[in-house]
Design a protein around this ligand. Sequence first.
Ligand SMILES: [Zn+2]
Length: 425
Amino acid sequence: MLTFFPTPYPGEWWYSVLCRYHIRSGNEKFQSTVRELFHGRTYVSLGILFSNSTIPAIVSQLPAGLLCSERLVQEHTLFRYYTRCFSYARKRELLESVCLGEKVVITSIRKFADVKEWKPRFCPGCVSDDRQRYGEAYWHIGHQIDMMRICPAHRCWLYQAEDINTVHLDYQFVALESYLLREGPYVACGTGDIPPRMLDLAGVLYDYYAIPLEKSATPDYSNLAISLSNQGYGTITSNPRHTILNGKKVYQALRTMFGGDIVEGVYGDEKAIPLINRVCKWGMAVPERYALLQVLAGISSEVVFSKERLRDSLEESLLELRNSRTEVERAKVAAQLGITCSQLSNLCRKYGIEPFWRQRTVGKEERRDVAVNLHLNSQEYGLLQKAAQDHGESELAVYARKVLIAAISQSNEIANTDEDRVTKD
Ligand SMILES: [Zn+2]
């Protein structure tokens, strides 16, 4: 049993709690602390961001109810961040395994090419706040997310501990206060004003760690994909279920927004474009990929993980047209939606909407089953086509029929008026 153990501070990295234990223990050597905490073992992986067996190992040596493994894993490691886009059932399964001390391997922890370049980070604003509130500064888990360069609370650049070798963190206890006392060296992750899109990205990355575990993948739909589709990044196909995005267009938009380096770092080069469509079925595990798309879509994490499906704007317009009692032709409906007739058929199939234009024309009085063949030369055809376009009629035959009937009615009216005049005279 352990005779004492520090209470973790809000959002504190689990490694930081262990560092604070080391300082309070009075042990001179790191190894003595490791042996004390982990049943005589000389090596355990301490500096890990995802949870490992160190949490249940410590909890089992403390009086029952003092600390809870589940809570420690969720709030003091990046477990929630790395599993953010998994189904809730899968998350619970993994959480149980982690709390039992089992080794869990997940693919969402991306193997960054520059993983050795990763260094622990801190925010000067948080250091000052934490000292005021708790009497000491500590490493925040949210600042350790690989792509995080900005403190979402203070909206300032984070500082990076340049001289800390990430590998050494596994057997060394470097508490933030001790590190700050020896004055680094540390450097800011950026200089100058922070672009708004980077602030948005920091907010989204932090959400993925901080929001409740329940906020998970919604297997039947992706609000992120629907939102992007509503903003013009969608493609209409005969796929009856999922939203399909124009991967190339999305990739280019991401590059314009974040720059090539960030996009290539997260997705890879253009060969990775097909990956983007996996977002529609929650088929990507890596949270950063969702985060970039979310900033592009400009929607909140609340909406992305909502149990309520976003409405597809094309579906809404289609329903609106159906419910308005105006007479419409198929081509006109398609033109109003800015799509082709075959795309319109695909959409109707997808949303289970009966083709309402056909229903309108099968009524007894409106039944038109007599066809007239009209043979025109190219000049006449061109004239007719231009007139149809100018008058907003997208279907040529419909326009021709209208003109013909209008002309006949008009000549009848003139003839009737002349007859009246003759009778009066
Ligand atoms: Zn801060």
